[in-house]
Design a binder for this molecule. Structure first.
Ligand SMILES: C[S@@+](CC[C@H](N)C(=O)[O-])C[C@H]1O[C@@H](n2cnc3c(N)ncnc32)[C@H](O)[C@@H]1O
Length: 345
C-alpha cells in the first residue's frame, strides 16, 4: 500500500482513534527499561504510515512522561515485502511534527509477514497493530460467486475460518515470544458481529456487481473473476479470544481489555451534510481502490497486454462510482473492530 492509501485511509484512522485509549493504558502499565536502555516498540502492518504518526508519538511521549527523561525509543514499522516502504518513510519523515524527528527516536522498517517471527525473544516492550490482522496469510480457496469472505458458505467458509484461526494463533505465539515480561500488545482487529455480518457487506456486494459487469463487457475473463477474493477474514470477538483462553497462550498472554466497536460511516455522514453525491461516490471508490483493488488485480492473467491492469482498474472505478452515486445508502458501511489490550505475563 502506498500513496493512495496515505490519501484515502480516513476510515482506518477513525478505527485507530478507538485504540488510542487502550494504547495510553498500555503505556501506563508497561514495564519500562532501566538504566537508560531503549524502549522498543513495533507497529505491525504499517501500510503508508499515515495512521501510525499519532500512536507512535503517543508511545514516545507516554514513555518519557513516565521516565522523566529522553529515554531512547526505537520503533520498527513492519509490513509485507510488497508494501511501498518508500512512501512509508516519506510519510513518516515529511509529516509536519512527525514523531520520527523527536530527539533519540530511531525509526526502522521490517518487510516480513507478522505471521512469522519478526524480533529476537524478549525484544519488545510494546507492539501496536491497527486494522491489519484480518488480512490472511493466504486464501485457502476462492469464494464462489463473490469477492468477500463473509459471503462464503460451506466448505470454503470452514477453510477460511480455519486459516484465520491458524494465522491468529501464529501471530499471538510469535508476539508472546518477542514481548518482554511486562510488555503490552494493543491490537485493533478487523471484526464482525456474532452473526458473521461485517457491516461492509453492501459495499462488497456493489463491488462484486461491478466486477460481474466487467465480465459481461469482456474486460475480465470468467476465470480471472473466479479467482478474485479479498484475502481477509473478519473475526468474531469469540474467535479473537478463544486462543487466549487456552494453553499454551493463556499462561503467557493475559487479556486486559476487549470490546466490539461498530464504526460510524464517516463518508456517508459527510455526504448527508454536504449532499454532494459525486464527492461521496468518489471517496467511497477511492477508499475501496486503496484498500482492496490491488488484491483483486492480482487475479489477472499474467502476460496480458501492457496497461491492461490500469484499464481494468479505471473501468472498475468508473463503474463503482456510478453505482454508489445511483444508490448512496446501499453502500452504507459500518466496519466492526475488536480493540484488544493484552499483557505479556
Ligand atoms: C488496512 S492497512 C492498515 C494500515 C495501518 N496500520 C492503519 O491503521 O491505517 C493493513 C496493512 O496490513 C498489512 N498486512 C497484511 N497482511 C500482513 C502480514 N501478514 N504481515 C504484515 N502486514 C500485513 C497490509 O499490507 C496493509 O499495509
Amino acid at each position: 500500500m502506498g500513496r493512495g492509501y496515505a490519501r484515502h485511509s480516513r476510515v482506518q484512522r477513525r478505527a485507530g482513534d478507538y485504540g488510542m485509549p487502550l494504547l495510553h493504558r498500555a503505556l501506563d502499565a508497561v514495564v519500562l527499561p532501566e538504566g537508560g536502555a531503549p524502549f522498543r516498540a513495533a507497529d505491525l502492518g504499517v501500510a503508508a504510515g499515515s495512521n501510525s504518526l499519532e500512536p507512535m508519538r503517543a508511545v514516545v511521549e507516554g514513555v518519557r512522561g513516565r521516565t522523566g527523561e529522553e529515554t531512547p525509543v526505537t520503533v520498527v514499522h513492519t509490513d509485507i515485502p510488497d508494501n511501498d516502504f518508500n512512501t512509508m518513510f516519506a510519510t513518516l519523515l515529511d509529516a509536519p511534527g512527525s514523531y520520527a524527528h523527536l530527539p533519540h527516536v530511531f525509526v526502522h522498517a521490517e518487510a516480513r509477514s507478522f505471521y512469522e517471527p519478526l524480533f529476537p525473544p524478549a525484544e519488545l516492550h510494546l507492539a501496536w497493530s491497527a486494522i491489519a490482522v484480518h488480512w490472511l496469510s493466504r486464501v485457502p480457496a476462492p469464494v464462489p460467486g463473490h469477492i468477500f469472505s463473509s459471503r462464503a458458505t460451506g466448505d470454503v467458509r470452514r477453510a477460511l475460518k480455519e486459516r484465520s484461526r491458524a494465522d491468529w494463533e501464529a501471530f499471538l505465539a510469535h508476539r508472546a515470544r518477542e514481548l518482554r515480561p511486562g510488555g503490552q500488545l494493543v491490537v485493533l482487529g478487523g471484526a464482525c458481529a456474532d452473526d458473521g455480518t461485517t457491516g461492509a457487506d453492501g459495499l462488497m456486494d456493489a463491488a462484486e456487481a461491478v466486477l460481474t459487469d466487467l465480465v459481461r463487457q469482456g474486460l475480465l475473463t470468467s476465470d480471472e473473476y473466479a479467482r478474485m477474493t479479498i484475502p481477509t477474514w473478519n473475526r468474531t470477538t469469540e474467535e479473537f479470544l478463544a486462543p487466549l483462553r487456552t494453553e499454551p497462550l493463556a499462561g503467557v498472554l493475559r487479556v486486559e481489555e476487549h470490546d466490539l466497536v461498530v464504526l460510524p460511516d464517516v463518508l456517508l455522514d459527510r455526504f448527508r451534510e454536504t449532499g454532494d453525491v459525486q464527492d461521496y461516490a468518489g471517496q467511497v471508490t477511492a477508499f475501496f481502490q486503496a484498500a482492496f483493488l490491488p488484491s483483486l488485480l492480482a487475479a489477472l492473467d499474467p502476460g496480458g497486454p501492457e496497461g491492461r491492469a490500469e484499464v481494468v482498474a479505471e473501468t472498475f472505478a468508473t463503474g463503482l462510482r456510478a453505482r454508489v452515486a445511483a444508490d448512496p445508502e446501499a453502500v452504507e458501511t459500518h466496519w466492526h473492530v475488536v480493540p484488544l489490550r493484552i499483557a505479556r505475563g
